[in-house]
Ligand binder design. Sequence first.
Ligand SMILES: [Zn+2]
Length: 331
Amino acid sequence: MKRKLLEYLCCPDCAGQLELTEVLATEANEIIQGRLGCITCKSVFPIVRGVPRFVSRDLLEADKAATAASFGWQWQHFTHTDELYADQFLGWIAPVEPSFFKNKIVLEGGCGKGRHTELAARWGASEVVGVDLSAAVETAFAATRNLDNAHIIQADVYHLPLTRSFDYAFSVGVLHHLPDPRAGFRSLASRVKPGGHISAWVYGAENNQWITRYVNPVRKLTSRVDQRALLQFSKLPTGLMFLATKLIYGPLNQSVAGRKLAGHLFYNDYLNAISKFGWREQHTIVFDHLVAPTSHYISREEFAEWWNDVHATEVNIGWHNSNSWRGFGKL
Ligand SMILES: [Zn+2]
């Protein structure tokens, strides 16, 4: 933890000011081990392996903990990077462009292994704070510790230990895995300063009925299977998807005539988009779908209500890859 992160932290229990009460180990400009204390309610939060921790295991509801544990293991396992990540990220937060991050104080809700926190930092954010509930924060910290403007904390999106000091908050691919996605969105928005912006990307209900009908029942089983076994098992559906995207969807969409034909294929926009991905990235996507115990599919109507909830203006909602909603708005 870099000392300047303290400016943005507050007690998740009482919103009181936090102070650094103990520093046991440091490396370069990072506090590796130490303790934060609330001046008001005297709550104590440890800093472990460079990451301030605001989670108490026994307080987590079973489902939330299970999701976090699943993704934590996954994000520690899939630690490869992919040059397509930047393009993919920009697709999820459109119309936001890299230049938008310049000199902004940025919050990422659900940072996983930190790849978007890292991109935001590299694109010139003055500070970026990545929050995740899971053990993926270990990977995120390792990925971003050399960036002077990047910070990682382990915390619950519903109880953010952060003051309302952010110019921009974003969450991609995370809110729909929460027990109450809409409350998670409201919580993130509550940390953005008036006049700041927020982005969110979620699975759409539209066009995904086949997932709710066929994949969800499978997921109920697979989310309970040993993750190493699931990793092996998930190679089977990945193999089918990999062949279909590389041999059919990708090549067909190269030409005008082919695109016309491909338009009739199942899930064409999405499968064409991921036809550019290699095996590992496709494997990650399939595993991600099988491992999560909770997944909500949000309709456009419901998604629009989220933005009304937080009184956002200039709201821009877009349909992404014909299977998900992305939104951007001003608070
Ligand atoms: Zn407190």
